[in-house]
Design a protein around this ligand. Structure first.
Ligand SMILES: Cc1ncc(COP(=O)(O)O)c(C=O)c1O
Length: 389
């Protein structure tokens, strides 16, 4: 087991709770390694802050207090050297909301939004939800370099007079890449040249597993890029609080921010009191826990990669998992029509690659944000699934 001063090996029972992840297979012996939350308890400081807020006992409509705003601004400066003016923050109940609002705020019906696929499904569905058009541009796997690359030529070709925005996911879900400064600068230049709004989903920023690959916020790439950028971030993935519904859009340009906020009017719910409290506690007091969970996740990732290579012939991890607790697995060589159904039949619940833009039967995604024992049991079951094919 990987040693940290926090116990990630032991987790509370989530069966028969409100957990989406576990409810999906209620009453079945299927280990859920699909939706992206972790089975770990949140940092003790987050739990203590929520308890203290609960004791107050009054839960009226909330607004962030100055210390909560400062916690975000201070964290972004300390961790990324990003100087953010408090007026740039727009609090949201979630990032998917942010993607949908952005599509409506910066494009008219029939206008187009670019993204790089495979990608977290709402990148493609958010524009469509309001009659905008999603234009997916496939990432290309450089097999020799074991790296997913942006196809710059295809990206240029995908631009039409109707293209209004680029939805970037960095670090990228599901291919787990941390884009380099060079790539990000080129994306910035591309967006400036084509006058696109750059919506940068950085929800996985604090989950970079490789210390040699720094996360670079798009908002730090210079004023010209920042002016057209809407950055989406949250404490939710890192500190395992997505159920508390607290996220942020950071929009330096006042006119763009006004348009974004106008679009939220009447349709976006307020952040709840516990969301604000958890966010402040996580950003102010969660760093040692975050280091602990990163150590544990690195251990899980390494164990997972080794296991797949040794015992799951026909399953391939085509590139390093640089960030996130999500693994993108090519299962095409198994020749299964329905890999999800097949592995569910062997007791493991994975995410369907098709929803991320992959071909049917080609890819599945596995969530290793769980105790090592759960991961190990799931892999043993997958091995049986591979052997039984
Ligand atoms: C890239 C990315 N963006 C957004 C989300 C979801 O964000 P939220 O729950 O805040 O809507 C996820 C969840 O997996 C994600 O991976």
């Amino acid at each position: 087991m990987t040693r940290t001063s926090f116990d990630f090996d032991t987790c509370p029972e989530r069966r028969a709770t409100d957990s989406q992840k576990w409810q999906k297979y209620a009453g079945k012996d299927i280990l859920p390694l699909w939706v992206a939350d972790m089975d770990f308890q949140s940092p003790p400081a987050v739990m203590a802050a929520i308890r203290e807020r609960a004791e107050h006992g009054v839960f009226g409509y909330a607004r962030p207090v100055p210390s909560q705003i400062e916690a975000v601004v201070d964290m972004l400066f300390a961790r990324y050297g990003w100087s953010v003016d408090p007026s740039w923050l727009v609090w949201l109940p979630g990032l998917v909301v942010g993607l949908n609002v952005t599509a409506q705020a910066v494009a008219e019906a029939g206008e187009e939004v670019l993204c790089l696929t495979p990608v977290y499904p709402p990148f493609m569905s958010a524009p469509k939800n309001s009659g905008r058009v999603s234009r997916p541009v496939p990432l290309v796997l450089d097999r020799a370099a074991r790296r997913w690359e942006i196809d710059w030529e295809a990206l240029e070709k995908a631009v039409t007079p109707k293209t209004k925005a680029f939805f970037l996911c960095n670090p990228h879900n599901p291919v787990a890449r941390v884009f380099t400064r060079g790539e990000l600068e080129r994306i910035g230049e591309f967006c400036i040249r084509h006058q696109l709004t750059l919506c940068s989903d950085e929800i996985h920023a604090d989950l970079v597993l490789e210390s040699t690959l720094p996360h670079i916020p798009t908002g730090t790439l210079g004023e010209e890029v920042a002016r057209r950028t809407i950055t989406l971030l949250a404490p939710s993935k890192t500190y395992n609080v997505p159920g508390l519904g607290c996220a942020l859009a950071i929009i330096p340009d006042a006119a763009l921010r006004r348009r974004f906020v106008q679009t939220t009017a009447g349709i976006v719910a307020e952040v709840n009191v516990f969301g604000y409290v958890a966010c402040e506690a996580a950003f102010r007091h969660g760093e040692s826990w975050r280091q602990g969970v990163l150590t544990y996740l690195r251990g899980n990732r390494d164990f997972f990669i080794e296991y797949v290579a040794k015992y799951l012939p026909g399953v391939s991890i085509e590139a390093p998992i640089e960030a996130t607790y999500l693994a993108w697995m090519n299962v095409k060589a198994l020749g299964l029509k329905d890999p999800i159904g097949h592995f569910e039949g062997h007791g493991v619940g994975l995410s369907e690659g098709r929803f991320f833009g992959a071909e049917p039967g080609e890819y599945v995604r596995l969530n290793f944000g769980c105790p090592r024992s759960t991961l190990e049991s799931a892999l043993v079951r997958m091995r049986q699934g591979v052997e039984a094919r």
